[in-house]
Design a protein around this ligand. Structure first.
Ligand SMILES: NC(=O)c1ccc[n+]([C@@H]2O[C@H](COP(=O)([O-])OP(=O)(O)OC[C@H]3O[C@@H](n4cnc5c(N)ncnc54)[C@H](O)[C@@H]3O)[C@@H](O)[C@H]2O)c1
Length: 346
């Protein structure tokens, strides 16, 4: 049995705290909101996960010192705009060598940092892993089979996280590719906004399939230039998470996209969804990364124009359809088959 803490009592943090308790670990769930902790203590349930009763052995606190003291593993599960602030508050209670696994998805606008970049900068005495993949909280709490990936630069830590979370309904793969896992998990939210917009305009399954396929192509192109492994982007935290996010109504990014496709502004859509829509925060960062690494990301560029310049999403789709003609696969001119080299007769 491990002593664990989950920092952030949103839908995902609470679902993972439940999983850890059911796996036999001691677990305490922390929120900065007293109202949330009161609800959890009084009802053993969370309004974001209706109908789900939390285990008796799970405890709750608003006190960060109590949450962090004497823990073998800390799970960071606050929404990405809260990571920096929460990490600053955690500093005074952190022990040297503390194991932390982040489950938050998002690239920070402005700094272009991933979640582990931010945590490593602010809390350099800890060691880090990332847990990510197609895993809607609403399904995990119902015990529906789910597979994810635990990545860390240290093999022992990736395997430690794998062991702690693994259950008959929650399969965890280990990976050394922290960057690839974080990029896949964060950038898919931007593509999910585009898929939602297509749904909101009634553009059908062909269009969505194209956005998913070309979306992962864009994400992979950037991730490879940044040093990630392509298998990661074609794995659970890449295409796996992209497919689930683009297809499911549990996805707040997709739901926000649908509203924008139906004619709402980005702010109206975020208000109506009522939760943090992380793709909006990662969209600008993704565009800046594409410029920095000279990676072509036309879908991400058009999502930015719709979100921040008020471009009509229909015009964005038309511009995507009519952009320069391309070869589908990533290939250099000198790698083409002889019959494709320029000058060869049709
Ligand atoms: N919901 C899911 O199914 C799911 C699955 C996998 C990964 N994730 C990722 O997990 C993270 C959390 O998602 P969620 O669904 O639990 O979100 P949520 O909106 O339900 O909860 C986020 C939590 O972060 C807290 N928070 C926000 N700003 C904060 C701040 N400044 N300081 C302290 N706490 C703050 C909120 O109070 C809340 O407890 C996200 O990055 C999300 O992408 C979610």
């Amino acid at each position: 049995m491990a002593r664990t803490a989950v920092i952030g009592a949103g839908a995902w943090g609470t679902a993972l705290a439940r999983l850890l308790s059911e796996n036999g670990h001691d677990c305490i769930l922390w929120s900065h909101k007293e109202k949330t902790i009161r609800m959890l203590k009084e009802t053993h349930s969370l309004d974001k996960l209706p109908g789900v009763l939390l285990p008796e052995n799970l405890s709750f606190t608003c006190d960060l010192k109590e949450a962090m003291t004497g823990r073998d593993l800390i799970v960071m599960a606050v929404a990405s705009p809260g990571t920096r602030e929460t990490a600053c508050e955690m500093k005074e209670f952190l022990k040297k060598g503390q194991k932390i696994v982040t489950v938050t998805k998002g690239i920070e606008d402005g700094t272009l940092m991933t979640q582990t970049d931010i945590l490593e900068e602010l809390l350099p005495d800890a060691v880090y892993a990332v847990l990510s993949g197609p895993s809607h909280a609403e399904e995990v709490v119902r015990g529906l089979p789910t597979s994810v990936v635990a990545a860390s630069k240290a093999r022992l830590l990736a395997e430690y996280v794998q062991n702690i979370f693994m259950s008959p309904v929650f399969r965890v793969y280990a990976s050394p590719d922290v960057l690839g896992v974080e990029l896949g998990g964060s950038l898919k939210n931007v593509i999910a906004l585009a898929a939602g917009m297509a749904d909101g305009m009634g553009f059908g399954d062909n269009c969505k399939a194209a956005l998913i396929t070309r979306g992962i192509h864009e994400i992979t192109g950037l991730a490879l230039k940044m040093g990630a492994f392509d298998d990661t982007l074609y794995g659970l935290s890449g295409i796996g998470d992209l497919v689930v996010t683009c297809a499911s109504m549990h996805s707040r990014n997709r739901r926000a996209g649908i509203l924008v496709g139906q004619g709402k502004s980005m702010n109206e859509a975020m208000d109506e969804v009522g939760q943090v829509v992380e793709g909006v925060y990662s969209a600008r960062a993704a565009l800046r990364l594409s410029e920095k690494y000279k990676a072509e990301m036309p879908i991400i560029r058009e999502v930015n124009k719709v979100l921040f310049d008020g471009k009509d999403p229909k015009a964005a789709v038309e511009d995507l359809m009519l952009r320069d003609k391309k070869i589908e696969i990533r290939i250099q001119e000198n790698e083409l088959p002889e019959s494709w080299k320029s000058g060869t007769k049709a």
